[in-house]
Ligand binder design. Structure first.
Ligand code: C5P
Length: 232
């Protein structure tokens, strides 16, 4: 695994997502299914997309007591997803429990990555609401180290943090990075963005790309352009 483009399927219904995926006849993209689609359509949507030959990153960001996370991860593992995630804020014992739950009888398991601090959390909110008074980049790296210590495979982070995560946790530790835009494309509501080519240079292992592909006039062409710029 490693070095792939993950298409964020941020749709709210089965019709919309299937209509989108029908466009891909040759190479079936690795897709991300988030809370919106999962809560709307249930686990069946994961099974159906998997049956069509796609790899799946199930982005549900679990965060609860270790026992609940362990049991929930066991359910997700049986859905045969390829990647899933949780909040590192749940602490190391919660992350270890997640790995136990995910691990199948034959020893295999989906890739498990951690969300560190959400990119929507500012230094100010972190200090005032969460009473965390360290610089946010230090907090992010510390959470990444905790995730590594717990046995996770990587973190979701900004492409601009990927290099530092690799320096801190090693090159084998995956960085999964959203916030990717084509050099000639629209930025939308993302603030700190980078191109697929630049993400490759920086060392991202997986880029998560939504609207530059889902809203493109020709989504297949946009996906292939991402693959060329990031993977070749
Ligand atoms: O459409 P766009 O390319 O901005 O989509 C990026 C995807 O990555 C969305 O599904 C978004 O929720 C997700 N994401 C993000 N920033 C984070 C974590 C996840 O944009 N820090």
């Amino acid at each position: 695994m490693g070095k792939d483009v993950i298409v964020a399927c941020d749709f709210s219904s089965k019709d919309e997502v299937m209509n989108f995926l029908d466009k891909f006849k040759d190479k079936k993209p690795f897709v991300k299914i988030g809370m919106e689609l999962f809560y709307a359509e249930g686990p069946q949507i994961v099974k159906e997309i998997k049956q069509r030959g796609h790899k799946i990153f199930l982005d549900l960001k679990l965060h609860d007591i270790p026992n609940t996370v362990k049991k929930s991860m066991a359910v997700l593992s049986r859905l045969d997803v390829d990647m899933c995630n949780l909040h590192a804020a749940g602490t190391i014992p919660m992350m270890q429990a997640a790995i136990e739950g995910l691990t199948r009888e034959d020893g295999t398991r989906p890739i498990l990555i951690a969300v560190t601090q959400l990119t929507s959390t500012s230094q100010e909110r972190m200090e005032e609401d969460l009473l965390i008074n360290k610089p946010i980049d230090k907090v992010v790296m510390h959470y990444a180290q905790n995730a590594k210590e717990a046995g996770l495979d990587g973190v979701v982070c900004s492409p601009l943090e990927a290099q530092k995560v690799h320096q801190t946790c090693g090159n084998e530790f995956y960085t999964v990075t959203p916030g990717v835009r084509f050099a000639d494309g629209e930025i939308g509501d993302q603030v700190r963005v980078t191109t697929p080519e630049k993400a490759k240079e920086i060392g991202s292992d997986y880029i998560v790309v939504g609207r530059p592909i889902t809203q493109a006039k020709n989504p297949v062409e946009a996906y292939e352009r991402c693959l060329r710029e990031f993977c070749d």
